[in-house]
Design a protein. Structure first.
Length: 205
């Protein structure tokens, strides 16, 4: 096995760990995105999306994993580490990873709405920045995209069931001459990112 094959095999192994983390996010009711940080082939930290459950808009999978790794290694710079994530990073996560001096970022599915590793723009390739992280895209993109598609299909179905139930209740109340009281909604429905419907972006790396 040559070096390229060994790297590809290691990347797939790490991305499967990230996919497991994405499944944890799904079980928690979050958009299924997971991440893992590796160093010399060893797992340093993992993370999954949790902005809703933690009431923290910065709690993306990459940031959660980055915080854990930095605390474990007692350093805000992680130049020997690589991050694997199931969805192309957004601008917030990309800049955090570059500030931490990650040597490589590997992602699965592209995000044509907010991805900054080549989809919307390429922050990692901006030569004006003082650190340049190597990027690899498209590793296990199909299972990552399939998970997102299934999650949002189920979420849309749930929203439709809830809407139909409200409409049915309103119709019954109207038939009996009762005032219609709309139930309170716990929170706004999650946005449906274009990544699940758009064409995959170009692979980078």
């Amino acid at each position: 096995m040559n070096d390229a094959d060994r790297i590809a095999q290691a990347d797939e192994h790490a991305m499967r760990i990230a996919l497991d983390q994405a499944q944890n996010a799904w079980l928690a009711g979050e958009v299924p995105v997971g991440a893992v940080i590796m160093r010399a082939g060893q797992v340093i930290a993992t993370g999954y999306n949790r902005p809703i459950t933690t009431h923290d808009p910065t709690a993306h999978a990459e940031i959660v994993a980055l915080r854990h790794a930095s605390q474990l290694l007692a350093n805000y710079r992680l130049p020997e580490c690589e991050l694997y994530v199931t969805l192309e990073p957004c601008a917030m996560c990309a800049m955090a990873l570059m500030h931490a001096r990650f040597k490589r970022v590997v992602f699965a599915a592209p995000d044509p709405k907010t991805g900054v590793a080549g989809s919307v723009l390429d922050l990692f390739g901006n030569r004006q920045l003082n650190h340049h992280t190597r990027i690899v895209g498209g590793v296990l993109a199909e299972p990552a995209s399939a998970m997102l598609k299934q999650f949002f299909a189920e979420r849309r179905a749930q929203i439709k069931v809830q809407r139909d139930a409200r409409q049915a209740a309103a119709s019954r109340q109207a038939l009996h001459g009762l005032d219609v009281i709309e139930p309170e909604v716990a929170h706004e429905p999650l946005p449906l990112p274009q990544v699940i419907d758009g064409e995959p972006g170009p692979q980078v790396g």
